[in-house]
Write a protein that binds this ligand. Structure first.
Ligand code: AMP
Length: 313
């Protein structure tokens, strides 16, 4: 594990920039300063939509530990919202986010206006998330992953060391395992389009009773949040069976969801962690072996919750 040469200054206000030009200049200046000892420098990017919580903080802490220069972006990307109401009510808390990022030691916060990211309006040339982007979350949220790829492709470019930067740079970008399908697609984006960046994934952060943290959880009533724990309970039950190499009997979870009228199950699937292909052969009535990833989505009121849990690794 690489550790920064100099301990980052905590509780120092990060530089907040809104344009690509300011971002490039700030990144170059800090990389040059970090590399002053003669070696190269490392650069980490954490893309977010803001409304930061401990899940984001865990990504930022990991990226802080690994890199000399740390950029966190905050941009609520309309292109990935298939539901206008969801986009409009999405929490926007920039001042509080910057305070959190100061404590977490971010160097630069990139919080661009829409026209800086999409200067020509909606992109004419689009990325297509293909078959992988049209199942699971993509099936329930058409266009979501194409919109996500559009912004991630741009952010990875914008936060790269500028061509003028005189020092060798190792570039890393950090994403949460919470959005497992997003992570698989970003790995494909980077591979398929030869981005010079290492994609690093960070484990899911949950509440003490198991609910995966999400910026949208604040819209849940206490009763809904309590009912939503069925997601963690059922995944944990299946994980227990996997650890004992028992048949998983995935269908058992349906009855447990049926007992929670506030929670409407969308899917509960076991997939290959790298390709997200369903592992039906390995989950019904044969002892579980190997590796898999449980993927779950459920609707609670007007909040869509997604979660996942690795099995066998
Ligand atoms: P968002 O702001 O929701 O777009 O999320 C920004 C990044 O934080 C994504 O890479 C997410 O996967 C990650 N993230 C969101 N929630 C969590 C969580 N509970 N644990 C870990 N990472 C998370």
């Amino acid at each position: 594990m690489l550790v920064s040469k100099d301990a980052p200054e905590r509780n120092r206000q990060p530089l907040v920039v809104g344009t690509a030009a300011e971002l490039a200049a700030a990144i170059e200046e800090r990389l040059v300063a970090a590399a002053s000892s003669g070696s190269g420098a490392t650069l980490g990017l954490v893309p977010t939509m803001g409304a930061l919580h401990s899940g984001h903080e865990s990504l930022v802490a990991t990226a802080r530990e690994h890199n000399d220069v740390l950029v966190v972006s905050i941009f609520v990307n309309e292109l990935q919202f298939n539901d206008t109401a969801d986009f409009e009510r999405y929490p926007r808390t920039l001042d509080a986010d910057v305070e959190i990022l100061a404590r977490a030691g971010a160097d630069i916060v990139f919080a661009p206006p829409v026209h800086e990211i999409y200067p020509g309006g909606r992109p004419l040339v689009k990325l297509d998330s293909g078959e992988l982007g049209s199942k699971f979350e993509g099936a329930s949220r058409p266009g979501h992953f194409d919109g996500m790829l559009a912004v991630v492709a741009k952010l990875l470019h914008l936060a790269m060391a500028p061509a003028s930067c005189p020092v060798p740079v190792k570039y890393r970008a950090y994403f949460g395992q919470k959005d497992a399908q997003q992570l698989v697609l970003i790995n494909r984006l980077v591979k398929d389009l030869n981005y010079p960046v290492d994609v690093c994934s960070v484990p899911i952060v949950r509440t003490a009773d198991g609910l995966a943290l999400s910026s949208r959880n604040q819209f849940l009533t206490p009763e809904q949040a309590e009912a939503a724990l069925v997601i963690y309970r059922t995944m944990d039950m299946i994980k227990g069976r996997a650890e004992n190499h028992e048949p998983l009997f995935l269908d058992d979870v349906v009855e447990l969801f049926d007992r929670e009228p506030l929670v409407e199950l969308d899917y509960f699937e076991l997939v290959d962690p790298d390709t997200l292909v369903e592992l039906a052969f390995n989950c019904r009535d044969t002892p579980f072996t190997g590796e898999g990833l449980l993927l779950v989505a459920a609707q609670v009121g007007n909040v869509r919750l997604i979660d996942n849990m690795p099995l066998g690794y």
